[in-house]
Design a protein. Structure first.
Length: 355
């Protein structure tokens, strides 16, 4: 079985961070979302991976290379514009050939994994097997109507009146039957080839389409709040390890990971927290649920439930909470010479300050 990972799209909901890199490279627990996806595919014993990339393929290639460092083989497939998930299957036809494959959305986080579902698909080989998750409000998702035997009766994309509470998660298993379905459908009202339409075509033709319910944590890491929630979930799974330097005046409590070359000086860290390689934390209070990237500097700072991306610095600033601080960004205190805030903010950013 091969894998098709979808990593195109504009990432509009994750601006300003998606201005400088694809959203699938946002780090969770100091590891890009795409790396988490590839590790899950490897757990399924899938090593031949096609990655559909958008307008900045070089950024993804810089991080993943040919995949050998992650124990896989990667083929990059360029999508000139976002034209739907089924369009991704169409342009990947040469790579997929006549193999079964799993299609995985590159910004999805499923911390419990779907390896058992992959084994079942290999054993039973329905034309398609979708992964579903019960949600409170299905209107924002593709929704599956499923019979008592787990067969899909109908799929509807973002219905105003959902037929069930089973949202289709961004993981799909396909046999080559999906290729005929993709060529048979037409673009939707929004101008895209919808994978739900292709799967519905299989259902209408009488092909076997099954659904399996995933009950673990699932999020599309497409908004800042979702990214922070995913980061917390993954940090909660950390096991403490110290490979950097921690001085005698510092205190580490709980699941704290200090990567090689990092230095902790006169600071208190309450896990779960990860401090990236070559980062410096000095005279600061950190955590819980904080991920500090490679080469960051935190000095005289108080930070919790926050992601600090590579090369950023936070100095002289207290009570930073539920924040994402961009790559090479600088957060500092200003002289107390007035009541006004001074803000230098990038395009599409959001700033929340105390009243």
């Amino acid at each position: 079985m091969k894998a098709l990972v979808l990593s195109g799209g504009m990432g509009l909901r994750l601006r300003p961070f998606s201005h400088s890199a694809p959203k699938q490279l946002i780090p969770l627990a100091n590891k890009p979302v795409l790396v988490h996806v590839i590790e899950e595919l490897r757990a399924m014993e899938v090593t031949e991976i096609g990655i559909v990339v958008g307008d900045r393929p070089e950024k993804i290639e810089e991080v993943l290379g040919d995949g050998s460092g992650l124990g896989v083989r990667i083929t990059y497939i360029r999508q000139e514009a976002p034209r739907g998930l089924a369009h991704c299957v169409a342009i990947a036809r040469d790579f997929l050939a006549d193999d079964d494959f799993v299609m995985y959305l590159g910004d999805n986080v499923l911390t419990s994994g779907v390896t058992d579902m992959a084994k079942e698909f290999r054993a039973t080989r329905p034309a398609a097997q979708v992964v579903v998750h019960k949600v409170a409000d299905p209107r924002a998702f593709g929704v599956a109507e499923v019979d008592d035997d787990g067969r899909v009766i109908r799929l509807v994309e973002k219905p105003e009146q959902p037929v069930s509470d089973l949202a289709v998660v961004g993981v799909y298993f396909f046999t080559p039957a999906i290729h005929e379905a993709v060529t048979a459908i037409e673009a939707s009202a929004r101008g895209e080839l919808e994978i739900t339409d292709a799967i519905q075509w299989l259902v209408t033709q009488g092909a076997e389409v099954t659904a399996r319910t995933y009950t673990g944590f699932w999020k599309d890491a497409g908004r800042v709040d979702d990214v922070l929630e995913c980061n917390r979930e993954l940090l909660d799974r950390l096991k403490a390890s110290v490979h950097g330097d921690v001085d005698g005046e510092s205190e580490l409590i709980g699941g704290v990971v200090i990567e090689e070359g990092a230095r902790i000086v006169r600071s208190r860290i309450i896990g779960p927290v990860v401090v990236g390689a070559d980062a410096v934390v000095e005279d600061s209070s950190i955590g819980p649920h904080t991920a500090i990237g490679r080469g960051c500097l935190l000095r005289d700072a108080e930070v919790s439930n926050t992601i600090v991306l590579e090369g950023a610095s936070v100095q002289g600033v207290g009570a930073v909470h539920a924040s994402v601080i961009g790559r090479e960004a600088s957060v500092t205190s200003a002289p107390a010479d007035g009541a006004a805030h001074r803000l230098i903010v990038g395009d599409h950013a959001r700033v929340e300050v105390a009243a």
